[in-house]
Design a protein around this ligand. Structure first.
Ligand code: 3PG
Length: 413
C-alpha cells in the first residue's frame, strides 16, 4: 500500500492472468519512436510479472494527429528492452485476440493495438460506466487482476484506465508507486520547498502555483517563461507589444483581476525575473528590467538564472515544471540550463515531465535530478492537488470490494 493505494504487494501475481495499462505514448517522427523513457520506466513492473500471463494495453497519441498510429513499433521497443518477445496483436478485443489470450502461458506478454482505435476509449466516463464498455465486457473474463502502471494517463477516466477496476481486483504498478511517492515529497514532506514554474502555457502552472501557495506547501514560487512575463505585466511592468501578444495567446482564460489578487496576496513568496534574455537582430542580449525596450523575450536573463540557481541550493525540495525559455535554441537555453544545474544541488529535486524533462536529458543532467516524472498532464493535476480518477477508483474499489473479496480467495495468497 502507498497512501491507501493497493500495490503489487497486495496481490499474488504468479500464474495469474493480468491485464495492465501502461503509457508508452511517445514522440514519433517518420514512423520512428524518438524517446524510450516511458518504455524504460515500465520495465521493473513488467519484469516483476514475469511468472504471469501479461496483456498490455496502451495508447499512442490522439485520433486525427499525425503520430496517431499502431503499436507495432512499440512492441519491438519493449521486446528489446526486456530481452524477450512482446507479441503485438493488431486488434483489441476481436475473437482472434480472445483466443490468443485464452491460450497464453505463464511468462508470455502480449501488447494489444492502440486502445484509442476503439471509439469508446476516450469518453470521460465513470469506472462503472466504462465497466459496461465492449472493451471491458469482452476481455474481463480472461483476467484475474488489473494493474494500472500508467501514471501519466491517470488523470483520464478512459475505458482502459478505469473500466476494469469495478470488475477485477485492481492495484497500481511500481511506476505509479514511484511517481506518487516522489510527488508526495513535493507536496507533503516536511522540508522547505521551492517551486520553479514556467513554460509556454500558463493555465497549468497557475493551477500548481495556487495549490502550493494557498495550502502553504511552497515557501517560494519562482516564475519563468511566459508566466513570468505575465506576472511582470500584472505588476505594472511594460513587457512590450510583442510579448503581450504571446501572453494573451497563452492565457487560456486566466483572469487578470484574479491573477493580480493572487500576486498581491503572495507577493512576498513569488519571485520574478530581474533581467531578461531577449532577441535583437538574431542575437541574444541580456537586459535588466530598467533597460528593457520591448524586445522579444526568449529566456529569463543570466542574472535571474543565477539567482534562481542559487536559491535552489537553499531548499530541501525543488520542483521544476516548465522551461525558462526557448531552450531548443541554444542561445536561449541558458535560463533552463542554469536552473536545472542549480536544482541538482538541492537536497531533493523533482522535474515534471514534458519539456523540462527533455531539457534535463539534453543537458546530460537527468541522472543528477532526484526524480523526473514521466507525466505531463497527470503531474500537473497531482501537483495542483487534484485527485486522479484512475488512482481514486483503485483506492475506492479496494476499500469497498477487492480487499474483502481477496481476503476470501486465493488471488492474494
Ligand atoms: C501524455 O502524454 O501526457 C499521456 O500519454 C496522456 O495523453 P493524452 O493527453 O492524449 O491523454
Amino acid at each position: 500500500m502507498i497512501n491507501d493505494i493497493p500495490t503489487l504487494d497486495d496481490v499474488r501475481v504468479d500464474n495469474k492472468s493480468i491485464v495492465m495499462r501502461i503509457d508508452i505514448n511517445a514522440p514519433i517522427v517518420d514512423s520512428k519512436i524518438l524517446d524510450f523513457t516511458r518504455f524504460e520506466s515500465h520495465i521493473p513492473t513488467i519484469k516483476e510479472l514475469e511468472d504471469a500471463k501479461l496483456v498490455l494495453l496502451a495508447h499512442q497519441s490522439r485520433p486525427g494527429r499525425k503520430d496517431f498510429t499502431t503499436l507495432e513499433e512499440h512492441a519491438k521497443v519493449l521486446s528489446k528492452l526486456l530481452g524477450k518477445e512482446v507479441e503485438y496483436l493488431d486488434e483489441i478485443f476481436s475473437s482472434r485476440v480472445q483466443e490468443k489470450i485464452k491460450n497464453m502461458k505463464n511468462g508470455e506478454i502480449i501488447l494489444l493495438e492502440n486502445v484509442r482505435f476503439y471509439s469508446e476509449e476516450q469518453l470521460e466516463r465513470t469506472p462503472e460506466e466504462h465497466a459496461e464498455s465492449h472493451l471491458v465486457k469482452k476481455l474481463k473474463k480472461y483476467f484475474d487482476i488489473f494493474v494500472n502502471d500508467a501514471f501519466s494517463s491517470s488523470h483520464r477516466s478512459h475505458a482502459s484506465i478505469v473500466g476494469f477496476v469495478p470488475v477485477l481486483p485492481s492495484v497500481v504498478g511500481r511506476l505509479v508507486e514511484k511517481e506518487v511517492a516522489a510527488l508526495n515529497v513535493a507536496l507533503k514532506s516536511d522540508g522547505r520547498k521551492l517551486f520553479i514554474l514556467g513554460g509556454a502555457k500558463m493555465k497549468d502552472p497557475v493551477k500548481v502555483m495556487k495549490n502550493v501557495l494557498e495550502n502553504g506547501i511552497a515557501e517560494k514560487v519562482a516564475l519563468t517563461g511566459v508566466l513570468a512575463n505575465y506576472f511582470l505585466k500584472l505588476k505594472g511592468f511594460d513587457i512590450g507589444k510583442e510579448n503581450e501578444k504571446v501572453v494573451e495567446e497563452n492565457k487560456e482564460g486566466l483572469k487578470d483581476e484574479e491573477m493580480k489578487k493572487l500576486f498581491e496576496k503572495y507577493r512576498e513568496k513569488i519571485v520574478l525575473p530581474v533581467d531578461l534574455g531577449v532577441e535583437k537582430e538574431g542575437k541574444r542580449i541580456d537586459v535588466t528590467l530598467e533597460k528593457f525596450k520591448g524586445e522579444v523575450i526568449k529566456d529569463i536573463g543570466i542574472e535571474t538564472a543565477k539567482l534562481y540557481a542559487e536559491l535552489a541550493k537553499e531548499y530541501d525540495v525543488v520542483v521544476v515544471k516548465g522551461v525558462a525559455g526557448v531552450f531548443e535554441d541554444q542561445k536561449f537555453a541558458i535560463g533552463t540550463h542554469e536552473i536545472l544545474k542549480g536544482v541538482t544541488k538541492s537536497k531533493f529535486s523533482i522535474v515534471g515531465g514534458g519539456h523540462a524533462a527533455s531539457a534535463a536529458e539534453l543537458f546530460g543532467l537527468s541522472n543528477k535530478i532526484g526524480y523526473i516524472s514521466t507525466a505531463g498532464g497527470a503531474c500537473i493535476s497531482y501537483l495542483s492537488g487534484e485527485k486522479l480518477p484512475a488512482i481514486e477508483a483503485i483506492k475506492d474499489y479496494w476499500k469497498k470490494k477487492w480487499n474483502v473479496v481477496l481476503r476470501n480467495n486465493s488471488a492474494r495468497s
